[in-house]
Design a protein around this ligand. Structure first.
Ligand code: NAG
Ligand code: NAG
Length: 527
C-alpha cells in the first residue's frame, strides 16, 4: 500500500467534505428538500468524519517518519558523536535539544544502552513507532516543547526503565488506553500544555509507581471514574487550568499519599463531601479561580495534614460554620476575591494553628466580636479592599500575635478605642484609603499612632520610620472635617481633634454625628 497516496487521498477527501459541509450550511434552503435537522445531522457526521480522517492523517504521518539507527556495538558512542545531536558517553546521554528538527535525525546513531534522551524544543509533529525500540535502559525521556500530535501505540513499549517522561507543550488531543502499558517504573509524567480533553479510564493502570502527574493546561472537561485508581504513591497531582466542572466523589479514593493537589483555574462549582476522604497526608490544596459559591461542612474534615488551603477568586458567599473542622495543621487560608459579606463568629475556631488569614477583596462590612476567636497564633491578617465600616473594639483581642494587619481601602471613618491595644507585636499596619474622620473619635487612633511612630520605645520597628508614606502613621489621612481634611491622623494632637469637634458642633464645619469615645458599637455608623 502506498502511504503517500493514501495520505493525499485523505487530505483531498477532507477538503471535499469540508466544502460540501460549508455549502450546505451557507445555503441551507437550497441544500434541500432536506430538513434543517437532516442538514445538521449531515454536518455533524461530516465533522465526525473529518476528525476520523485527521486522526488517520496523523497516524499515516507517524508511519512515514524516518527512524534513526539504534544499535549495540562497542564503538557506538564514538559513532554517536558524529551525528547532529550531542552525545555524552560518560553519562550515556544524548541531547538533541533546541535544534529545530522537523523529524528525528536519521543520521544519528543511538547506542542502545542510552540512559537519557532529550528531544525537547524541536518541531517534531510525529514520531515513528520504532523511534525508541530497544532502549530498554532509558531512564529519562524528554519530548517537551514540540508539536507532536499523535503517539503511535507501541512507541513506548520498549521503555521498561523510564522513570521521567516529559511531553509537555505538544499538541496531543488524545491518548490510547495502553499508551503507558509497559512503563512500570514511571515516577514523573508530564502531559501539561497539550490539548487533551479527556483521559482513557485505564491509562494509569500499570503506572503504580507514579509520584508526580502533571495534566495542567489541557482541555480536560471531565475525568472518567477511577482513572487514578491504584496510584498509591502519587504525591503531586496537577490539574490546573483545565475545564473541569465537577469530579466524581471517588476520584482520589486511592491517592492516600497525595501531598499536593492543584485544581486551580477550572470551573468547579462544588465537590462531593467524600471527595478528600483519603487525603490524610495532603499538605497543599489549591482551588483558586473556580466557581465555588459555598463551602459546606465536612468537605475538609479528613485533611488533618493540610498546611495551605487556597480558595481565592471563587464566588464564595457562604461558608458553613463547621467547614474548617479537621484542618488542625492549617497555616495559611486564602479567601481573597470572593463574595463574603460576613464571617460567622467561631468559624475559625477549629484552625488554631493558622498563621496567615487572607480575606481581602470580599464585601465584608462589619466584623463582630469573636470573628477571629481561636486564632491565637495568627501573625498576618489581610482585610483590605472590603466594605468595612464597623469593627468591634475587641475584635483583635483574639489575635495577640498579629504582626501584619492590612485595613486599607475600606470605609472606616474611625477605629473604636482599645481596638489596636490587643496586638502589641504589630510590625506592619496599613490604614490608607479610608475616610478617617478627624474629630474627637479619632483621638484614640491618633494617640496610638503617635505612640508607635513618633515616640515609640527603642527597638520598635514602626517608630520614626518616614521612609514611605503608608508606613508613616500607617497612611491614615483625614477625610475631614474642614481644614483637617488631608492632614495625617498621626500628626494631629488631641487638642486639634477635639477643637475641631467643638468648632463643628457650633455649625462652622460640616461633620458626621458625634459618637462618645466609650461607645462600643455606635448604631450611627452601622449604615
Ligand atoms: C501556636 O504556636 C505555638 C508555638 O509555635 C505552638 O506550640 C502551638 O501548638 C500553636 N497553637 C496551635 C493551636 O496550633
Ligand atoms: C523603614 O522602612 C523601610 C521599608 O520597609 C525599611 O527598609 C527600614 O529598615 C525601616 N527603617 C527603620 C528604622 O525601621
Amino acid at each position: 500500500m502506498d502511504l503517500k497516496f493514501l495520505l493525499l487521498l485523505a487530505i483531498a477527501l477532507r477538503t471535499a467534505l469540508t466544502s460540501v459541509g460549508k455549502v450546505c450550511m451557507e445555503t441551507a434552503t437550497e441544500c434541500a428538500e432536506v430538513s434543517v435537522e437532516e442538514v445538521a445531522t449531515t454536518v455533524i457526521n461530516l465533522e465526525e468524519l473529518e476528525s476520523k480522517i485527521s486522526r488517520l492523517e496523523r497516524r499515516l504521518r507517524a508511519v512515514e517518519q524516518p527512524v534513526w539507527q539504534i544499535s549495540g556495538r562497542p564503538d557506538d558512542w564514538e559513532v554517536c558523536a558524529e551525528g547532529p545531536c550531542r552525545c555524552r558517553p560518560e553519562t550515556r546521554s544524548i541531547s538533541c535539544w533546541g535544534r529545530n528538527f522537523l523529524d528525528v535525525p536519521p543520521t544519528q546513531l543511538v547506542p542502545n544502552d542510552l540512559l537519557k534522551l532529550d528531544l525537547g524544543s524541536n518541531q517534531l509533529t510525529a514520531l515513528h513507532r520504532d523511534t525508541f525500540l530497544d532502549l530498554r535502559q532509558l531512564v529519562h525521556l524528554d519530548l517537551s516543547d514540540n508539536q507532536i500530535e499523535h503517539l503511535p501505540l507501541n512507541l513506548f513499549f520498549s521503555l521498561h526503565a523510564v522513570t521521567h517522561l516529559r511531553l509537555s507543550n505538544n499538541m496531543l488531543r488524545e491518548l490510547h488506553r495502553n499508551q503507558l502499558l509497559r512503563m512500570r517504573r514511571l515516577h514523573i509524567l508530564d502531559f501539561s500544555a497539550n490539548k487533551l480533553s479527556t483521559l482513557p479510564a485505564t491509562l494509569f493502570l500499570t503506572t503504580s509507581t507514579l509520584a508526580i502527574l502533571d495534566l495542567s493546561s489541557n482541555r480536560i472537561v471531565a475525568l472518567p471514574s477511577g482513572v487514578f485508581n491504584g496510584l498509591r504513591d502519587l504525591e503531586e497531582l496537577l490539574l490546573t487550568n483545565n475545564l473541569l466542572t465537577t469530579l466524581p466523589g471517588t476520584t482520589l479514593q486511592d491517592l492516600s499519599n497525595l501531598v499536593s493537589l492543584r485544581l486551580e483555574e477550572n470551573r468547579l462549582e462544588h465537590l462531593p463531601v467524600e471527595f478528600f476522604e483519603a487525603q490524610i497526608h495532603l499538605r497543599e490544596l489549591n482551588l483558586r479561580g473556580n466557581q465555588f459559591t459555598r463551602i459546606r461542612d465536612g468537605l475538609f474534615k479528613q485533611l488533618s495534614s493540610l498546611v495551605v488551603l487556597e480558595l481565592s477568586t471563587n464566588r464564595i458567599s457562604r461558608i458553613d460554620l463547621k467547614a474548617f473542622e479537621g484542618l488542625t495543621s492549617l497555616k495559611e487560608l486564602q479567601l481573597g476575591h470572593n463574595l463574603l459579606r460576613t464571617v460567622s463568629p467561631g468559624l475559625f475556631m477549629p484552625v488554631g494553628s493558622l498563621d496567615r488569614l487572607v480575606l481581602y477583596a470580599n464585601g465584608l462590612a462589619v466584623l463582630e466580636a469573636g470573628t477571629f476567636k481561636g486564632l491565637t497564633n495568627l501573625t498576618i491578617l489581610l482585610l483590605h479592599a472590603n466594605h468595612l465600616r464597623v469593627v468591634h473594639p475587641d475584635l483583635l483581642q483574639d489575635t495577640p500575635n498579629l504582626r501584619k494587619l492590612q485595613l486599607e481601602a475600606n470605609y472606616l471613618s474611625y477605629l473604636p478605642p482599645r481596638f489596636l491595644d490587643g496586638i502589641p507585636s504589630i510590625r506592619q499596619l496599613r490604614l490608607e484609603r479610608n475616610p478617617w474622620h478627624c474629630d474627637c473619635s479619632a483621638a484614640y487612633l491618633s494617640t496610638w499612632l503617635r505612640k508607635r511612630y513618633l515616640a515609640g520605645p527603642r527597638g520598635n520597628h514602626l517608630a520614626s520610620n518616614k521612609s514611605s508614606f503608608w508606613e508613616y502613621g500607617a497612611g491614615a489621612v483625614c477625610r475631614g472635617p474642614g481644614a483637617l481634611g488631608g492632614r495625617l491622623v498621626v500628626e494631629l494632637s488631641f487638642h486639634e481633634l477635639c477643637e475641631g469637634q467643638w468648632a463643628s458642633m457650633r455649625g462652622l464645619v460640616p461633620r458626621l454625628p458625634v459618637e462618645s469615645p466609650t461607645t462600643t458599637l455606635p448604631s450611627t455608623v452601622l449604615h
